[in-house]
Write a protein that binds this ligand. Structure first.
Ligand code: SF4
Ligand code: SF4
Length: 402
């Protein structure tokens, strides 16, 4: 008889696994090459940060509880039987990963560790075990009680926006009907980066974009979809976003510089909702680039050298690397690439919840971003901004010490 928590965990896997995931579980040859691509493993050499440390544990659950030979072999004592204690022991390893997808590039079988990590995280959520981590628990509680991952009230967020924008003599459109675009700022940004939404609105105003912010919606679901991986809560946030666009008569949803939101809206949303999003999604960078090209947003190129850290979820997993480069090339005289770049970039080691884990937080303090990521920055004389996404901005040092 399976323990109830293990039963819930296995049922979650059964519910969310696709045919491709069965291949991800079954096809591994245990060659370990995936570790050669993982910035965390390369930086630390810690075996518990190797991609296979987590995925092989998930495989052992699949084989024991979800295959016929495992069920029979387990009863005969021929196959190991993972327990709920084992689930607890391995739980942190699934958050010791930014789900960046780089290890898949090194895998001869093309196995997606990030996909297996997401499956495991959602199973930990469905089995109630992720509630044992205070960061994950608080995100879920805040979303349930306040519809905001960090529990901040929309009125407080709008008041802060208003204070900054008034000081800059700029207007903030709130609940304006029938605009082209609804702009919702990610909750991590409207909580932890005070000037993030302010700068977005300043640029949208200067570019004469028809947009509004909402007095009700101040959450995009990033933490639910990528940090906790809680499908029901993510679905609820996405539906609320659509309802708010309907209430306001907005025609499109805007994704600003958040790698995880880009991935959610361009790839995950259809799976989570079970249908396509009701609204077209547009990205901030192509929108602004188009305004520059059309002359509606006059810019003077800055005479400087800049580079770019490709955010994994935007470039590797959502394919928008060119859009960011077009914009950077239109505002700076000398854009140079990091090496490697685009889909081969090293992860900033900051996104998708890795910092919900104490061990990673300790590493993060020590390494800021990992050695491979720092070594990809092209020389000591580059100028910011290198980082497109908010997590990368936290993690990548303004002046690297390489
Ligand atoms: S590189 Fe691929 S096949 Fe080799 S151990 Fe990693 S996931 Fe398995
Ligand atoms: S998804 Fe990224 S962080 Fe996670 S194991 Fe693979 S390379 Fe490492």
């Amino acid at each position: 008889m399976m323990e109830p928590i293990m039963h819930a965990f296995v049922e979650s896997l059964r519910h969310h696994m696709t045919a491709e995931d069965v291949v991800n579980v079954e096809a591994c040859m245990n060659c370990k090459r995936c570790g050669d691509a993982c910035a965390w493993y390369l930086a630390t050499g810690d075996e518990q940060l190797h991609p296979t440390y987590k995925t092989n544990f998930l495989r052992s659950i699949y084989r024991r509880y979800m295959t016929l030979e495992g069920q029979v072999g387990g009863m005969l004592g021929l196959v190991d039987t993972p327990t709920v204690d084992d689930l607890r022991e391995h739980m942190a390893s699934f958050w010791q990963c930014t789900a960046c997808g780089r290890c898949t590039l090194a895998c001869p079988a093309g196995i997606s560790t990030r996909r297996l990590v997401r499956l495991a995280r959602s199973a930990y959520s469905d089995a109630g075990l992720s509630d044992e981590n205070p960061t994950l628990r608080s995100i879920v509680q805040n979303l349930r009680q306040n519809s905001h991952s960090f529990g901040v009230n929309p009125i407080n967020i709008l008041a802060r926006y208003g204070l900054f924008l008034t000081a800059m003599n700029l207007e903030m459109p709130v609940d304006v009907q029938d605009t082209d675009i609804l702009f919702v700022c990610p909750s991590a940004a409207n909580t932890k980066i005070p000037d993030y939404a302010i700068k977005v609105m300043a640029i949208l105003n200067a570019a004469n974009v028809s947009y509004t912010v909402s007095s009700r919606m101040v959450e995009t679901g990033t933490e639910a979809d990528h940090v906790v991986v809680h499908h029901d809560l993510t679905k609820r946030v996405l539906e609320a976003w659509e309802s708010e666009a309907e209430r306001l008569g907005a025609r499109k949803l805007l994704v600003v510089e958040c790698g995880c939101d880009t991935r959610t809206l361009f790839a995950d949303a259809t799976e989570i909702l079970g249908r396509p999003l009701k609204f077209p999604v547009i990205l901030f960078d192509p929108l602004i680039y188009e305004r520059i090209q059309s002359g509606e947003l006059p810019v003077e190129k800055v005479d400087t050298t800049i580079t770019l850290h490709d955010p994994c979820h935007s470039t590797r997993l959502a394919g928008i690397g060119d859009a960011i480069r077009d914009l950077l090339n239109s505002v700076a005289s000398n854009f140079i690439e990091m090496t490697p770049n685009r889909e081969y970039n090293y992860c900033c080691n900051g996104g998708a919840g890795a910092c919900a884990c104490r061990k990673i937080r300790n590493y993060a303090v020590r390494y800021r971003c990992s050695r491979p990521t720092r070594s990809a920055i092209p020389g000591p004389n580059w100028s910011p901004p290198p980082a497109w996404c908010a997590c990368s901005r936290w993690k990548i040092p303004a002046r690297p010490t390489i």
